[in-house]
Structures are given as structure tokens and as C-alpha cells.
Design a protein around this ligand. Structure first.
Ligand SMILES: Nc1ncnc2c1ncn2[C@@H]1O[C@H](COP(=O)(O)OP(=O)(O)OP(=O)(O)O)[C@@H](O)[C@H]1O
Ligand SMILES: [Mg+2]
Length: 466
């Protein structure tokens, strides 16, 4: 028989309870029956989708107290009180306090069933309404986070909301700058884990010697220099979402440790020997298919690959290009208190014809330059006539040799280092801003900075992290 709803039934009298329970069951309800209020409380969590039917006079916590507690724990839950004969005053008082209805003992089972049915209908409507409200809020929330109306992005947003509600690991595929990290953040923000931490880690950006202690943490004295105990990022992400960026660059020994963490749900701090339970949802970003990525473990791949999201390249969703461009131009104008610069139809077509190898990151960058420079031509921003080499020539003092007296690679390297230094200087050491300006993935930027011995901290102007 179809279930009509769930009834949490509380009565200390065995005979009455059993008879009521049986009647309701035969009428198609799922019944959870308890002999006292304490037993019922165990079922009353905010996710409880049923109604409460309780006797009023019971030893220990009585039905009225149980009703108040139920309404506090499950707001709006319909409560039907079963009262003794002649308790009308008390019953009407209870109605004022939020009871759904009351029934006097002894009652005809049909009378109880009719009340239970109405209460269950009400509960169903309430839950449906809650769900719609929540869906609406999520929908407008994600529309504000992920700009785009092309069919591919609309579908992506639906998939994100769906996956956010299921607790599976996810691999996000997409070219550089397509929004993998943004999508990972959305997966977190629209999930039940949103009140806990979202912890992004880029395997390629942390020196190999430090990765393990970064992720797993360490006990005091675990190795030279480990003076104090340190919580690792996995522990920090407990109950939340862990985002592994550029997972393809994870060193092999770490892949094994990660696999174990995923399989067993525990980590061990370096130098520690007691396992610590961690509850993680793993989201990984990759630029290429991990199945064919050399050096990537197959068993780890299958652990991660519970679901996938594919973000299309910007050139494959041309409709979104002007939309995103105008969005960033407007945002920039608002930030600077100006009128937003309008784009012409010709400019719109130019934007759509360009291939956007750096995807949304590149577009954002160009849009901001366009917005701030009222005379600049869009085409000049997209297809600069001057090479970058010429563009920075005035500041190449000393760093770049004037003559070709050195091997080309050395000259190019010196030039590259100088550009990175200048960009870091302009942005007060903000790595993210340099990535955006020079359109470089974090890992590449990090490798170059290590190669040229450039320290971010030399460019930070205040204590803020970039
Ligand atoms: N659909 C979108 N709507 C609004 N902003 C977006 C969208 N997609 C990407 N962005 C923005 O573009 C920039 C790059 O996105 P993100 O860092 O998430 O890309 P990524 O795929 O992780 O890049 P990489 O592979 O280089 O790490 C960010 O500033 C992000 O906010
Ligand atoms: Mg990224």
C-alpha cells in the first residue's frame, strides 16, 4: 500500500498504542511508536518529515512539554494531542501554543485517521514549499556566481546544483581559466557542507618536500624544524570540501597516501601514530583526461571519478562572451564609480571571433582594461601590434642585456623574470592578480618564480595575503 505519511506516535498505555498503531498502519501510514517522550525525541531532528501524535498524560515528560520541544526542533511540525475526557480547557490552550489539533479519549479510529490525514497533507505541503524556496534561492544564487546563459552553462549549473546535493567526489575538467575553481566553490557553497571549510590546494604550487606536512600536518618534533604541532589541510577541511587543483601534477607517493585517506577516511599526522578520522568531499580539477595522464594511478582515478563536470571552453559558447564581457565592464565601472563603457555591435562580433585561449580569466582581464581606458580600441587589446618585449622596454633597465652577448635562453629568461617582477610589484605581491594579468596558470607561475628566485614576500606591501 502507498505510504500516506509518517506518524510518530507516543502513548504510555500499551493497549491504546498498539491498537492505534495497527489502525494507522492498515490505513497506509508509516508509524514509529514510542512509549515515552524521551524515545520520541530521538526521532525529532530538523529533517523529520512526519507528524507527531502524542498522549498528553504520561509519566516523566508529558505530551505538552514534548509538543513544545518538537516545535522547537522541527519548526511547524503538526502535533496532534490525545487528551483525557473533559480536558477541553487545556486542549484549547494547547491549540493557542501551536498544536495542530486535539482528540478526546476515547476516540473512534476514523476520527483520528481523518485528523492524521489532514496533518500529513499539511506537512507534505510545507516540505514541498521549503524545497521550492530552497531551489529558488539556490538557482538565483548560482546564477549570480556563474555568469552565462548558453545551453552548456545552464546545463552545467543544473549539474552543479544536483551534485552539490549528493556527496560524491567530483572531477572537473576544463581548459585554463574556464572556471574550475569557481565551479568547485559553487559545489561547496550549495551543499550541506557550506558551513565548514572549502580548502583549495594546488599540488603543483607547493614544493614537493613540503606537500606532505601541508596536507597531513605534523606532530611536534616530527622532523627538523617542526617545533610545534600543526594541523594539516585535510584536517582543516574535515566536514567540508577539499579542492585539489591540477591533480595531474600530484607526485606518485602522495597519490598512494591520498588513496588510503579516501579509502579509510583517516589520516595520520607526520610523526604521529594515531589515525584521525576526517570526513571529506574531494573535488579535483584537471586539464586533461586523467585516464591517459602518465603517472596517474588508475585506482585513485576510479576513487575520484564518482562524477564529472566538463566546463566548455569560452570559444565554444560564443553567446556567453559578450555577456561576460559586459558583466566585467560594468562591475569595474561600479567599482570606480563611473558610467560603464558601452560596446558596439562590431566590438561584440570582434569579441566573439577571438579564440580566447585563456578563457574567462583572459576575458576578464581584457574587459577590465577596456573599461578603464575610454579611448583604447578593443582590437588593440585583443591583437596588440606591439610585442610584449616592446611594451616593457622602457623599464628593462639593467635586468635585460642590451646586446645579444648572451645565449637566447638566458636573455629570454631574464626578460621573463623582469615581467613577473613588475607584475608582482604592480599588484603588491598578489599571485592571483599576476596569474590573471599574465594569463598564467598558478603552477607555471610558481615554477618560473622558483627558477628565477623571485619571492612573493618581497612585493607584499602590507600584512595581507595576496
Ligand atoms: N562563468 C563564469 N562567470 C563569472 N566568472 C567566471 C566564470 N568562469 C570563470 N570566471 C572567473 O574567471 C577567472 C578564472 O576562473 P578559475 O580560476 O576558476 O579558472 P580555472 O579553470 O581554475 O583556471 P586554471 O586552470 O588556470 O587554474 C576567475 O576570476 C573566475 O571568477
Ligand atoms: Mg584553477
Amino acid at each position: 500500500m502507498l505510504e500516506q505519511g509518517t506518524v510518530l506516535l507516543v502513548d504510555d498505555e500499551v493497549m491504546v498504542r498498539k491498537a492505534t498503531e495497527q489502525w494507522l498502519r492498515l490505513s497506509g501510514y508509516e508509524v514509529i511508536s514510542c512509549s515515552d517522550a524521551q524515545g520520541a525525541l530521538a526521532h525529532l531532528n530538523p529533517g523529520f518529515a512526519g507528524i507527531l501524535v502524542t498522549d498528553v498524560r504520561m509519566p516523566g515528560m508529558d505530551g505538552m512539554a514534548l509538543m513544545h520541544e518538537a516545535l522547537a526542533r522541527v519548526p511547524g511540525i503538526p502535533v496532534v494531542l490525545v487528551t483525557g475526557h473533559g480536558d477541553i480547557d487545556m486542549a484549547t490552550g494547547a491549540m493557542r501554543d501551536g498544536a495542530y489539533d486535539f482528540i478526546e479519549k476515547p476516540f473512534a479510529p476514523e476520527r483520528l485517521e481523518a485528523t492524521v490525514q489532514r496533518a500529513c497533507d499539511k506537512r507534505r505541503l510545507m516540505l514541498e514549499n521549503d524545497r521550492l524556496q530552497h531551489d529558488l534561492a539556490s538557482q538565483s544564487g548560482i546564477d549570480a556566481r556563474l555568469i552565462g546563459l548558453s545551453p552548456a552553462i545552464v546545463r552545467l549549473k543544473q549539474e552543479i546544483l544536483l551534485l552539490a546535493s549528493i556527496d560524491t567526489n567530483v572531477i572537473i575538467y576544463g581548459e585554463t581559466g574556464t572556471g574550475k575553481e569557481l565551479v568547485a566553490q559553487c559545489l561547496h557553497e550549495f551543499s550541506n557542507r557550506r558551513s565548514r571549510n572549502f580548502v583549495p590546494v594546488n599540488c603543483g604550487a607547493i614544493p614537493e618536500s613540503l606537500i606532505e606536512s601541508e596536507l597531513f600536518g605534523h606532530e611536534a618534533g616530527a622532523f627538523t624544524g617542526a617545533l610545534k604541532k600543526r594541523i594539516g589541510k585535510f584536517e582543516y577541511a574535515d566536514g567540508g570540501t577539499f579542492f585539489f587543483d591540477e591533480i595531474e601534477s600530484m607526485p606518485p607517493h602522495l597519490q598512494i597516501k591520498l588513496l588510503r585517506t579516501l579509502q579509510e577516511g583517516v589520516i595520520e599526522r607526520l610523526g604521529g601514530n594515531s589515525p584521525i578520522g576526517v570526513n571529506l568531499r574531494l573535488v579535483a580539477a584537471a586539464k586533461a583526461d586523467l585516464r591517459v595522464e602518465e603517472g596517474f594511478r588508475e585506482d585513485l582515478y576510479y576513487r575520484l571519478n564518482q562524477s564529472q563536470l566538463h566546463i566548455p571552453a569560452l570559444r565554444d559558447r560564443a553567446d556567453d562572451i559578450p555577456l561576460l564581457f559586459e558583466y566585467y565592464v560594468e562591475r569595474c565601472a561600479v567599482q570606480h564609480g563611473r558610467e560603464p563603457r558601452r560596446i558596439t555591435d562590431l566590438e561584440r562580433r570582434t569579441l566573439q571571433r577571438y579564440s580566447w585561449p585563456g578563457n574567462v580569466r583572459e576575458l576578464k582581464n581584457i574587459a577590465l582594461r577596456f573599461a578603464l581606458d575610454h579611448r583604447g580600441q578593443l582590437a588593440d587589446l585583443l591583437f596588440p601590434a606591439v610585442t610584449p618585449m616592446q611594451a616593457v622596454r622602457p623599464v628593462q633597465t639593467g635586468a635585460v642585456p642590451e646586446t645579444g652577448s648572451q645565449p637566447l635562453a638566458v636573455q629570454v629568461g631574464a626578460f621573463e623574470a623582469e615581467i613577473i617582477r613588475q607584475s608582482l610589484g604592480r599588484h603588491g605581491g598578489s599571485i592571483k592578480a599576476v596569474m590573471d594579468e599574465l594569463d598564467l596558470p598558478r603552477r607555471t607561475l610558481n615554477q618560473k618564480m622558483m627558477r628565477y628566485g623571485i619571492n612573493r614576500s618581497d612585493f607584499v606591501q602590507d600584512a595581507q595575503e595576496g
